[in-house]
Design a protein around this ligand. Structure first.
Ligand code: APR
Ligand code: ZN
Length: 369
């Protein structure tokens, strides 16, 4: 039986402002059906920023981070499919595995998910502050920590040839982007696509679009450097976002794209999305907005033009099926994931990484342990 561990983690407190504290916590051993993972890489994702900037409420104090890969270090009772030493990618949407949605191949639609509330499947946490109070791993991962405990089904074994930093991204941004293209939008070769927002998620969508054979692939951002990055991973055109976006996209796509993705989580760009697609086209919402906001859409245009709105949660991923597919495509040289990582930082540099994200700099920072 494994012992409790002393771990270093990036923690968000009620009085933190937008700063994380890197501090020492206690991590209890994995319980039944759980595994402890030595985290080797953790991506700095827009969803963490939503929390730190006060846009989403989560249980506090929160051990931040949810995009990670590492090595299985200890296994709890009843764990059959993982062994100490396995390389794994962590899934942050931890569906119940039993309901009709889960068994029907739609785990992302599970209504019994506890991980959204930072809880393990039994409703508890393995983290404690040094004075004994519960601390809550964001999305039941808490990846910005040298060790984590997660349910065994959330630790997906990955080919050891995939470097940890790349593997970490497959757990959120890359997996989400791939899933949005393949599972949600079901893009086929030759379709015209536009991606609004070329951050970690948007660039992942673009690289998956190239894999799917979409053409043209139009990237939209407000930062010219992001359009350069987008071209490196497969965008054929780049546009600076603004009020004339719909006519600019129409000019490049003979009247509108077949499929458009919003990968920022801004109400204004989400509302703009249906105007970028042709009649019968698909508008896919991938970016997650702040809580409690509503969208205004041209209702007649939606109905009359038969436009299809698709909500995408975690790219409709089935992690155990899709993570290995993404890893295989990377190893085959079909997904340019190395291009997505702009910097590797230490846990102590976590606040600088979020500041860079707020300034619209860097494609993806990855914390390495
Ligand atoms: N028009 C176009 N691009 C914009 C605009 C705008 N008005 N405002 C911001 N952007 C660009 C930024 O320049 C940046 O390149 O959107 C991108 C956002 O990328 P990141 O900050 O790296 O965020 P990311 O991690 O990709 O997450 C995006 O997806 O999963 C969700 O919660 C996540 O809502 C977040 C979204
Ligand atoms: Zn994420």
């Amino acid at each position: 039986m494994a012992e409790s561990l002393t771990v270093r983690s990036a923690v968000y407190h009620a009085d933190s402002g937008d700063r994380l504290a890197v501090e020492t916590l206690t991590l209890d051993p994995p319980g039944h059906g759980e595994v402890r993972i030595a985290v080797r890489a953790a991506g700095v994702c827009g969803s963490d920023r939503h929390v730190i900037d006060g846009e989403w409420n989560v249980p506090l104090p929160a051990v931040m981070g949810h995009e990670a890969a590492g090595v299985v270090e200890a296994i709890g009772q009843g764990v059959r499919e993982l062994a100490v030493g396995d390389h794994v990618i962590i899934a942050w949407h931890q569906a119940c595995q039993r309901c009709a949605e889960c068994t029907g191949g739609k785990p992302w639609a599970c209504m019994r998910v506890k991980s959204n509330d930072s809880q393990l499947p039994d409703g508890t946490t393995r983290w404690r502050t040094l004075d004994g109070a519960a601390a809550w791993p964001y999305l039941a991962v808490g990846a910005m920590s040298d060790h984590v405990v997660v349910p065994d089904f959330a630790a997906i074994k990955v080919d050891e040839r995939v470097p940890f930093d790349i593997a970490s991204l497959i757990g959120c941004s890359v997996g989400t982007g791939y899933g949005a293209v393949v599972n949600n939008a079901k893009v086929v070769a030759g379709e015209a696509a536009v991606v609004v927002g070329a951050g970690g998620v948007g660039l992942s969508i673009i690289s998956a679009l190239r894999l799917a054979g979409a053409h043209p692939i139009i990237a939209v951002d407000v930062t010219p450097e992001k359009l350069t990055e987008a071209a490196r991973v497969g965008a054929t055109h780049g546009l600076i976002g603004g009020p004339n976006l719909a006519s600019e996209v129409a000019a490049l796509t003979a009247g509108g794209a077949d499929v458009a993705f919003e990968a920022i989580g801004r109400i204004q760009t989400m509302a703009q999305l249906p105007a970028l697609i042709r009649p019968g086209g698909r508008a896919v919402f991938v970016g997650l907005p702040p809580e409690g906001q509503t969208l205004e859409l041209d209702a007649l245009q939606l109905a009359y033009d038969g436009k299809i709105i698709i909500g995408s949660n975690y790219g409709g991923l089935v992690p155990a099926r899709d993570f290995p597919r993404v890893a295989a495509a990377y190893l085959a040289g079909e997904l340019p994931l190395d291009e997505l990582i702009s910097s590797r930082v230490s846990l102590d540099e976590v606040n600088d990484a979020f500041d860079a994200m707020r300034r619209g700099e860097r494609t993806r920072s990855v914390i390495v342990f």
